[in-house]
Design a protein around this ligand. Structure first.
Ligand SMILES: C[S@@+](CC[C@H](N)C(=O)[O-])C[C@H]1O[C@@H](n2cnc3c(N)ncnc32)[C@H](O)[C@@H]1O
Length: 282
């Protein structure tokens, strides 16, 4: 089976994160699936053990990345004049719904693999939440051409206006070479806009971090649960910046959400964070 065909094994994880967003009052009940609730329940003893035994709070990591991306998107809209957003690998995330409600002028395009996109379209459409400004499309980040490619997805955007593209919960499921080829194709697309920002999160390979061994255990678990692997990319923030620049991004900010806990409305962290949010501009 090709790498391209195999990334569908990642999709079930979107049900789990969708349930986490709901639990933390970021999503309406329509976003909850039976599978998401079931997996959350099955994993809760492990999550409890990781929190109590290792000091690793899985939901805290998820909230850190989600809320930091929300904060960067809010600033791009309110201070950067952004009026179009593409969220790739949207899964069952409520962000498109929340931002479309909050900013009715925004064009918000959600995209995912065809089956997940169909499911999301049904979910949002069934509630009457889709319209000419909020739509769902199929995309495969590994497709270099054709109907599921980035070029096809971006064809319906307004090239005269600034753009934000988001991927959340996606990049660490792929080997670095594969995800860098996506970032290079993405940067090529983004250069066709007057200004464009890419927001994503990643887990670096922070070997000196006091929780590194526990992190490796956690990512091994995610890999086993999603029947794939979960490689950690880049050794530190400088390597992240260089990696993105090599893919064609001009300006790269590497944010550690654990340093902004208060601003993000989260409990304070007593150690340096393990997740980074990247804000990259072409
Ligand atoms: C962990 S979920 C994250 C969902 C959502 N962003 C969130 O944070 O709740 C990963 C998502 O990546 C999507 N995905 C996997 N492979 C993909 C690909 N090749 N192209 C686009 N999306 C993909 C899956 O279908 C799934 O919805």
């Amino acid at each position: 089976m090709s790498a391209r065909a195999s990334s569908a094994h990642i999709s079930p994880s979107a049900h789990y994160t969708g349930y986490v967003w709901y639990r933390h009052r970021l999503a309406e009940p329509a976003f909850v699936t039976g599978f998401g609730r079931l997996v959350h329940g099955l994993l809760s003893p492990i999550a409890w053990g990781a929190r109590v035994g290792f000091g690793l709070d899985i939901e805290q990591f998820l909230l850190q990345r989600h809320l930091q991306i929300d904060a960067q998107l809010t600033a791009a809209i309110e201070r950067g004049g952004v009026c179009q957003v593409v969220e790739i690998a949207c899964g069952l995330s409520p962000r498109g719904r929340r931002f479309s409600q909050r900013y009715p002028q925004l064009r918000y395009l959600e995209a995912d693999l065809p089956l997940m996109a169909a499911r999301k379209r049904l979910l949002l459409g069934g509630q009457g939440w889709l319209g000419s400004r909020h739509r769902v499309r199929a995309v495969d980040i590994l497709a270099e051409d054709g109907a599921a490619s980035l070029a096809a997805l971006f064809a319906e955007l307004d090239r005269r206006k600034p753009l934000v593209v988001i991927t959340e919960g996606l990049v660490n499921y792929f080997e670095l070479a594969l995800i860098e080829s996506f970032w290079t194709r993405l940067a090529d697309q983004l250069r066709q806009f007057p200004s464009a920002t890419y927001l994503t999160e990643l887990y670096p390979d922070l070997r000196e971090h006091p929780r590194y061994r526990q992190l490796r255990w956690g990512v091994g678990l995610i890999g086993r649960l999603t029947r794939g692997s979960y490689p950690l990319h880049y050794r530190d923030d400088q390597a992240i910046e260089l990696g993105f620049k090599n893919c064609g991004f001009r300006e790269v900010a590497v944010l550690d959400p654990s340093r902004a806990s208060q601003a993000l409305g989260l409990a304070p962290c007593n150690s340096a964070g393990l997740v980074r949010v990247i804000e990259a501009r072409v």
